[in-house]
Design a protein around this ligand. Sequence first.
Ligand code: B12
Length: 473
Amino acid sequence: MNVWLINPPTHSGSVRGIRAVTSNLFFNSPPLGILYMAAVLEEDGHQVTVTDASLEGHGPDDLAKMGRDIQPDLVGIGATTTYFENASATAKALRRYLPDARIGVGGPHLTGNTDVLLGRDEFDFGVIGEGEIAMKEIAGHLRRGESYRDVHGVVTRSNGSLHFAPARPLNTELDELPFPARHLLPIHKYRPMPGDQHILPKTSMIGSRGCPFKCTFCDKQTFGPQFRGHSPERIVREMHYLKNEFGVRDVAFVDSVFTPNRRRVSDMMDAMEADPPGLTWSGSCRANVLDRELLTRMRKMGAWRVRIAIESGDDEILDRIRKGIKVEDFKRTARIAAELGFDVKVFFMVGHPGETPETIDKTIKLAKSLPLKDVTVQINTPLKGTAQYEEVDKWGTMLDVDAAAHSFFEPVFVPNGMTAKMLVNAQRRFYREFYLRPSVIWRHLRKIRCWADITKFFRAAPLLFTLIRPSGK
Ligand code: B12
């Protein structure tokens, strides 16, 4: 079968008013889910084309024209909530040129919102959850001229309602999956966010799926609560492969949680010590799992950055969002990491349930009190299927906005006693107060080693300008 997998456009209909953010953030690394599926389909003898419309700046019509040359039998489009409408517009445009192709959709939005398939004739089917084996089976059925309707995990329409095939169990044998088919995309075209740029070329990798922690804002419907890791040896093999095949020098692990427990981190460090990958890397870490000993081993093995999501500087809010970490634990880990020479990047949100101007002040104060190099400040966005979505009315008001607004950079939910404008202003003030300090500017300037380190400041300028200027609304 001739299969075409598409990461949808992020340009047309892109998130309003934050173009500098979207253009820097949303194509900083290849879509690994699509590349895993592509690898499995290739292994099964299919001819596979992958297009990242976000990276290439293609809109739905450009893709439709490309479709005439590719002539796929089967098309798969993946989307988050933010870009589901763009996935849908793409499928509609493809229909015009490819009347016989089967067009399916998967990814986090479809998984949490299967009812979006109703009344959307542009899609023939959806896949709930992990897509590799489901897509392989769908392509196999089509190759044999059979219906794919009952392939596990597939949802189709029939007589105005949805038909759900039995659910597909989570894949627990991750090492049986081939490496993502990165050779199908121009991986050197991806650019990290300026603040995430360390040594180029850089790319991303994922060492695990699932997260056992219970943060109420997180959409973990695709991979579920069960942590499933690639073996540490396989992770190290993939790092070597990235270095040898693609000349990669820096890897960002995009696991939901790179450090679920001490044992896992220690096993990974054992594997790296046994066969040093010889690249730098970074990962998302739980502040209460890491200690000086583990951080020291990670640093020796090439880790240059820890990304820590603490979200708030208020313990009451941390309890409410079931973060499972105390502000004091976070402070200790952030300080040790900075002391050991890590670039510490921390994720915060404003607009939590129960948030007030005072709790936001506390969070900003916390960020400024620690030797952090970068922060990301998002606006809390209750996604359907998350625990916080269930009790959102108790804590505030959901605004009547469309899916594209679920970018985490514009208000979707306003806590009681606050306004949307206050949230945007707080986010902007947070960035302003954090970055416009001599200590932080110096932390950035002292890392300049080469020309690429200088040019990233030119890329960062419009981004920072967008994020720090008062909203004016
Ligand atoms: C890396 C990452 C990013 C990168 C994306 C890089 C890229 N090009 O993919 C960046 C930083 C740009 C990013 C941005 C955003 N992200 Co993000 N991101 C992730 C993260 C941490 C890993 C993604 C990944 O590679 N997963 C590994 C692969 C194997 O899984 P996968 O992509 O989900 O694909 C599997 C299935 O979804 C399915 N599938 C996917 N596509 C398709 C297509 C078809 C046809 C089929 C059949 C199946 C299928 O099969 C795949 C293989 O099993 C996830 C959390 C997570 N751990 O998954 C969040 C996550 C995907 N992001 C999320 C969000 C909200 C965002 C942003 C909106 C918010 C923000 N401001 O950061 C933006 C939107 C960007 C966009 N383009 O849509 C949410 C999505 C929730 C939702 N309902 O949409 C997640 C799930 C985080 C969370 N837990 O809340 N993100």
